[in-house]
Ligand binder design. Structure first.
Ligand SMILES: O=P(O)(O)OC[C@H]1O[C@](O)(CO)[C@@H](O)[C@@H]1O
Length: 527
């Protein structure tokens, strides 16, 4: 059994801490040195992707210290325990099995007499069969007409991942003739969200997937009722238009008002559930089950790399360790995720939840306070849009924010024009290359307003094209990175008690059980 220890008790962390500001990244990335680093500091990922960390503040000394840290913190052993079914989620006394939804890395995990891999595969097959029947016109509306649109009702992990993945693959599916149904999403309890989506769809030909692992989330249940009301008002029978994705123990599972129910379980956390029915149902309906299967294969391939004990062949662990160096030694407060791919426009929002809900904690997995910084603030937007927005602060602001770029050599649709001797895709790629060097090296100017200090570290994940498999690999990479960082910080990355207090107080407001500031704000908002 691996030993779970706080980061600041590890000897290797003491050694790493002495390496603050060890690498002058502006110097290291200048001239031919920079070219050598770009060639050298690169590790293959799954599905043809590549993690390049040349512009990070590392050299052989820092990397050797990170390797020692990985060994002392027993990161590989902890991952092995996780995928073999140890109770890693100590706060909720649960196993953590999202990897098992895409690959069996270790031995069979059996709970309550059920082989969990078999259970997840069976639910994927159930979603696939349902989707195939909808596409074939075997499951139709009450008039025997085909459904043309699918709307997911869910929030947090039951929305962000599936939404990001749908947007990421919409154009790819259209270009590859696998686009089956348009998908939309309702998440916010703001009535304008549901109302706008409902106004944009043809209700009679729409399927609604109610997605809630717990089956108790206020926003989702409210939006389900909102949609049911609209269906009834349109003279439609809601039970002929709705299916559920939930856990077998949830209140939704007991309802017979759905066309079908696809199950997940408590061992897959909401923010890690895109690979379960939570993402599987909508993506199979939108693009066909084969496309979802390709995404799972890409994730599985990346998971296998994450199990590699050599940090230099394990891009997920290496990325995690460099992030630890940046957060705990360099003291950087945030990380920006910057995909140079419009298709990944919602991917940073998904990672925001994945990372910040997992590692935004100040007590360790045993409930004791930790005395070091943990998860950074995560934010991001696609490039080049972000360049015309918040990059000013990234280049010249008072905080150094490490950057994680993502870029593809080819567009998804392949539709492009050559203007002034370059295509739009080339312009996009030129910008990301330029940004990496600008951030690292800066530019001297006597006018301080125009001076760029540089020394702003970044990495880039590159690939030929964003496909289902490379998207799966990307998803798994960041999930695994977050997991390894949680291990280093000795956190339980798989619960989220920090979201509870607000829910309790909101209930009190709605029940008019308020006083003091809560009452004053209730009055201010006319509740
Ligand atoms: O799928 P559910 O149970 O409706 O939960 C939705 C989301 O709510 C949260 O529990 C946070 O409130 C997330 O962790 C989760 O992804």
């Amino acid at each position: 059994m691996a030993a779970w220890k706080n980061l600041d008790t590890l000897a290797s962390y003491g050694e790493l801490s002495k390496l603050k500001n060890h690498v002058d990244i502006a110097k290291a990335m200048s001239g031919e040195n920079g070219a050598e680093r770009v060639a050298k500091y690169s590790v293959p990922m799954a599905a043809g992707l590549c993690y390049n960390y040349a512009a990070k503040e590392v050299d052989e000394t820092v990397l050797a210290a990170l390797e020692k840290l990985a060994n002392e913190a027993e990161l590989s052993e902890k991952f092995e325990e996780l995928y073999n079914g140890a109770v890693i989620n100590t706060g909720e006394n649960r196993m953590v099995l999202h990897h098992l939804a895409r690959v069996q890395l270790g031995k069979a995990v059996v709970a309550d007499g059920v082989d969990k891999r078999e259970f997840y595969v069976a639910q994927q097959k159930k979603a696939a069969d349902f989707a195939n029947k909808v596409h074939a016109g075997e499951i139709t509306n009450e008039n025997g007409e085909k459904f043309t649109t699918v709307v997911q009702i869910g929030i947090g992990g039951s929305d962000l991942g599936p939404r990001a993945l749908y947007i990421a693959l919409e154009n790819w599916a259209k270009a590859n003739n696998t686009f089956k149904m348009e998908a939309k999403f309702i998440s916010n309890v703001d009535p304008d969200d549901a109302a706008a989506v409902l106004a944009s769809v043809d209700l009679a030909h729409s399927l609604f997937i109610v997605v809630s692992k717990s089956g108790t989330t206020l926003e989702t249940l409210t939006n389900e009722a909102f949609v049911k009301d609209a269906l009834v008002k349109a003279g439609l029978n809601p039970s002929k238009h709705m299916l559920a994705v939930t856990s077998e123990t949830s209140p939704l599972a007991k309802s017979d008002s759905y066309l079908t129910a696809i199950f997940m379980d408590d061992y897959i956390g909401g923010r890690y559930s895109s690979v379960s029915g939570v993402g599987g149902a909508i993506l199979s309906l939108a693009f066909g089950p084969e496309v979802f299967a390709q995404l799972l294969d890409g994730a599985a391939e990346e998971d296998k790399l994450a199990a590699n004990k050599n940090i230099f062949q394990n891009p997920d662990m290496l990325d995690a360790l460099i992030g630890i160096y940046e957060r705990n030694v360099q003291g950087y407060p945030a990380t920006a995720v910057l995909p140079y791919s419009q298709a990944l426009s919602r991917f940073p929002a998904h990672l925001q939840q994945c990372d910040m809900e997992s590692n935004g904690k100040t007590v360790n997995r045993f409930g004791e306070p930790v005395d070091y910084p943990t998860g950074p603030v995560i934010f991001g937007e696609p490039g080049t849009n972000g360049q015309h927005s918040f990059y000013q602060l990234l280049h010249q602001g008072s905080d150094i924010v490490p950057l994680q770029f993502i870029g593809f050599r080819n567009s998804q649709l392949g539709v492009d024009v050559d203007i002034e001797n370059s295509t739009s895709q080339q312009k996009l790629c030129a910008n990301v290359a330029a940004q990496i060097v600008a951030f690292a090296c800066g530019k001297k100017d006597d006018n301080l307003n125009k001076n760029f200090k540089g020394h702003r570290p970044s990495s880039i994940i590159t690939g030929d094209k964003l496909t289902p498999a490379s998207l799966g690999a990307l998803l798994a990479h960041f999930e695994n990175k977050i997991m390894f960082q949680g291990f280093v910080w000795n956190l339980n990355s798989f619960d989220q008690e920090g979201v509870q207090l607000g829910k309790v107080l909101a209930k009190r407001v709605l029940a008019h059980d308020t006083d003091g500031a809560l009452k004053a704000y209730s009055d201010l908002l006319n509740i």
